[in-house]
Design a protein around this ligand. Structure first.
Ligand SMILES: Nc1ncnc2c1ncn2[C@@H]1O[C@H](COP(=O)(O)OP(=O)(O)OP(=O)(O)O)[C@@H](O)[C@H]1O
Ligand SMILES: [Mg+2]
Length: 334
């Protein structure tokens, strides 16, 4: 299950994605954590020291190796040089599983030990001012789009992404690659305005979007969110002393999180698990092709000197592992 956390800067994307990752790990579920935010904070939020976080390998720095691995023996992709971030998988491509060893994880993923178990962490790498709005920036996030387009994931296994919000997310197809997008909103007008913008973009692509209120302190806060967001409001996480203690450098166990907030995490898990039934591999593949053709026309064909539309394998869809994945299994049966 592919999950994104988006929202206004400072709304609590990193806090809630890290908590959700820990909650899943505590339930024994396999998790890949992905930091795709401009501000790379997920590693520290999962307990890494700043030094450890700074030493993480960046996906954006390994694009050629990633592309070379993923293209495998796909005859439609002659080399990694002509593979762009949106090149969709086809017959012969190598696919990724949440639970497996592969050269991409060996190079780019690092295990993070939590009290609750261990997860894998992938990071895009920090964006500099200069990256914003130019191809570089998108190639960093593009690595995540490539991975998601090649990922075979079943129910009971998760990839959780701490995303950047705002119009930069919409320059690529990344925002359409998730089974569920959680928009974190504080009960303020600004918090809700990001929701409106996201909703507008997402509507045409059938993106499953649910709002998580955060730092909610009162019935009035909740009423405000309900009024502004309507049925898209899934739940609300309260202003939390536990989170504050974490921020102050203590390392409180997940078991000590306020019961109402822990229940919110469980509600998120249940909502994600319910979304499995709504998967449509054909639509997922068609949207990948849509963004690929758009990128091909706007810059890809000119950059590579070939017609990138020829990379599309029209019959191909990602396999969906059936049923529930056995816990602790080394590989996922497809
Ligand atoms: N429910 C909460 N209760 C108390 N404090 C919270 C809560 N959620 C988040 N915070 C605090 O709010 C601040 C911003 O949270 P966080 O870093 O998770 O936001 P973000 O959306 O990831 O921000 P950025 O856009 O900078 O990445 C942090 O200091 C965090 O500890
Ligand atoms: Mg953050």
């Amino acid at each position: 299950m592919k999950i994104a956390f988006v929202g206004k800067g400072g709304s609590g994307k990193t806090t809630l994605s890290a908590l959700f990752i820990r909650h899943l790990a505590a339930a024994g579920r396999p998790v890949i954590a992905v930091d795709a935010d401009i501000n790379q904070h997920l590693g520290p939020a999962l307990g890494l020291t700043d030094g450890q976080a700074a030493a993480l390998p960046a996906l954006g720095a390994h694009l050629p190796q990633i592309k070379d691995y993923l293209r495998g023996s796909n005859p439609r992709i002659a080399s990694e040089e002509v593979m762009i971030k949106t090149t969709p998988p086809g017959t012969g491509s190598r696919l990724l599983r949440i639970v497996e060893e592969n050269p991409v994880y060996a190079t780019c993923a690092r295990p993070v030990a939590l009290d609750e178990g261990s997860v894998r962490l992938l990071v895009t790498g920090a964006f500099t001012e200069e990256d914003l709005g130019v191809a570089c920036y998108h190639s960093k996030v593009g690595a995540v789009e490539l991975l998601l387009n090649h990922l075979v994931d079943g129910a009971d296994e998760y990839l959780v992404t701490d995303m950047t919000a705002g119009s930069d997310s919409f320059a690529s197809g990344l925002f359409t690659r998730f089974d569920l997008t959680f928009l974190v909103a504080e009960p303020t007008r600004k918090g809700v305005s990001v929701y409106r913008q996201y909703k507008e973009y997402a509507r045409d692509f059938g993106v499953a979007l649910r709002v998580i209120g955060n730092k909610v302190q009162s019935a009035d806060d909740l009423a405000f969110l309900r009024r502004e967001v309507g049925d898209d409001l899934l739940t609300a996480f309260g202003q939390s002393d536990w989170v504050r203690r974490l921020e102050q450098g203590a390392e409180p166990g997940l078991a000590e999180l306020e019961p109402a907030n822990r229940a919110v995490l469980e509600q998120l898990r249940a909502t994600v698990d319910d979304a499995f039934a709504g998967r449509d591999p054909r639509r997922y593949a068609d949207q990948a092709v849509h963004f690929h053709l758009r990128n091909a026309e706007s810059w890809g064909n000119a950059r590579t000197g070939i017609d990138l539309a020829d990379q599309v394998d029209p019959e191909f869809t990602l396999p969906v592992p059936g049923g529930r994945v056995a816990r602790g299994q080394a590989t996922v049966g497809v």
